[in-house]
Design a protein around this ligand. Sequence first.
Ligand SMILES: CC(C)(COP(=O)(O)OP(=O)(O)OC[C@H]1O[C@@H](n2cnc3c(N)ncnc32)[C@H](O)[C@@H]1OP(=O)(O)O)[C@@H](O)C(=O)NCCC(=O)NCCS
Length: 216
Amino acid sequence: MQYRQAIQLKDGRECILRSGTATDGQAAMDCFVLTHSQTDELFSYPDEIHLTPEKEARFLTERAESADELEILAEVDGRVVGLAGLDRIGRQAKVRHRVNFGISIDRAYWGLGIGRAMTKACIACAKEIGYAQVELEVVAENRRAIALYESEGFREYGRNPKGFRSRFTGWQEIVLMRLDLTEDENRERRYGRKRENGNGTAAHRRDPGNGSAGLF
Ligand SMILES: CC(C)(COP(=O)(O)OP(=O)(O)OC[C@H]1O[C@@H](n2cnc3c(N)ncnc32)[C@H](O)[C@@H]1OP(=O)(O)O)[C@@H](O)C(=O)NCCC(=O)NCCS
């Protein structure tokens, strides 16, 4: 899926959120490895990541052409500083309404609004694609990420006390979260909001005010 949006960061700089192209392979890979070296709350350690610029370029191109998956890069001053995306659970009838969200941003750029903007962008795309539920897993100690997810509507639905085993601290509890994208529609149906649109049809699925992300 293709995406492009320019946002202004809290420090006044411009940030471009966009789908990747074949020429972004090296920069996206570098960002992925860097973010995984900066925190102990992601899925893998840098030495477990076996990417090449070519593989990453292929991945970005496939994502840009995909109808139901997404990868967004955050670019500041020409540098890729964050990655976020949507990975489908499966195309089988029973699970094709579900999608996973993941996000990681270079620590030097935390607190500027990139995480929230990328989360909203992914939620908007998940809605546009037609998913009913966005899911993620987050380490329980990751208060920053959990605060972001809760404020965007994600709710905890369970915990795995031994979800991760950190090389440094031992067991890490994983919080399972989900965002129900059908709640707005249900609310509209219940309270007759559709009539306010004048013609009884639902508003366009894309909602730039909403977005989402999880463990990479
Ligand atoms: C979690 C992460 C994506 C947040 O990105 P970010 O760009 O720093 O987020 P933002 O600047 O948009 O802030 C989003 C919200 O995070 C929360 N937040 C930010 N700083 C915080 C802090 N120090 N303590 C608690 N919450 C904080 C706030 O709710 C904030 O919203 P607000 O500023 O509008 O009130 C980023 O820290 C990151 O990539 N971390 C490492 C990888 C990771 O943990 N990924 C998630 C795996 S599940």
